[in-house]
Ligand binder design. Structure first.
Ligand SMILES: Nc1nc2c(ncn2[C@@H]2O[C@H](COP(=O)(O)OP(=O)(O)OP(=O)(O)O)[C@@H](O)[C@H]2O)c(=O)[nH]1
Ligand SMILES: [Mg+2]
Length: 198
């Protein structure tokens, strides 16, 4: 499997139009979406990350074997930009999400220490409403002990009213080796017919 940066879209007209399937990374600002790209693919600087929320400001496409895209979205819930810029991002993300995209899977990132917020519930509602298959990835799991990890997972199930199987919730750490193999296994099942192996 080969991954390479494909393009950044700052406007809706810059989105790829080739109809390739997309695995889209969503979640609050600073949750670790871009760090996931780098750690998952073992590439230090494929995606830009920052300890300051709001690093990713465009929709970034990463090409997998010329067959599908990983799509890194700007995070939501980021208040430290001007209202004008926030409105521009919101529109870009919404135009993207409501556009006629070929979603293979959404990866919904949630900080394992904080659990789901109101905005996460809105996103979850959107995914369900639009029948977009998704998994939940609980990030920064290196900051939790084992009982906290189990609790974080239970909390997601509770918050979503049991409407998600435990097999679709993953604990992950970009800094320590947690969760990567499990997520690889899950994704490999999804792309098996496309002859891709993560
Ligand atoms: N300890 C720890 N820190 C992490 C982990 N993943 C990300 N971080 C840190 O969290 C911060 C934000 O990471 P990003 O990957 O830039 O987050 P993002 O979700 O892409 O943020 P936006 O681009 O603003 O939406 C950085 O300081 C990362 O180093 C993790 O698994 N463990
Ligand atoms: Mg980012």
């Amino acid at each position: 499997m080969q991954v390479k940066f494909h393009k950044s879209a700052h406007t809706i007209s810059q989105l790829p139009k080739d109809g390739k399937p997309e695995i889209v990374l969503m979640g609050r600002s600073n949750v670790g979406k871009s760090s996931f790209i780098n750690s998952f693919f073992n590439r230090r600087n494929l995606a830009q990350t920052s300890s300051t929320p709001g690093k990713t400001r465009s929709i970034n496409f990463y090409d997998i074997d010329g067959k599908l895209y990983f799509v890194d979205l700007p995070g939501f819930g980021y208040a430290k930009v001007s209202a004008q810029e926030a409105a521009k991002w919101k529109k870009l993300i919404e135009d993207y999400l409501y556009g006629d995209r070929n979603f293979l899977l959404a990866i919904h990132f949630v900080d394992s220490r904080h659990g789901m917020t109101e905005l996460d519930l809105t996103l979850n509602y959107f995914l369900n409403e639009n029948a977009i298959p998704f998994i939940v990835v609980l990030t920064k799991a290196d900051k939790l002990n084992n009982s906290e990890k189990a609790k974080a997972k239970r909390k997601v199930i509770e918050t979503l009213g049991g409407a998600i199987e435990p097999e679709r919730i993953f604990l992950y750490s970009a800094t320590k080796k947690i969760g990567k193999n499990e997520i690889k296994r899950y994704l490999n099942k999804i792309v098996a017919r496309k002859n891709i192996r993560f």
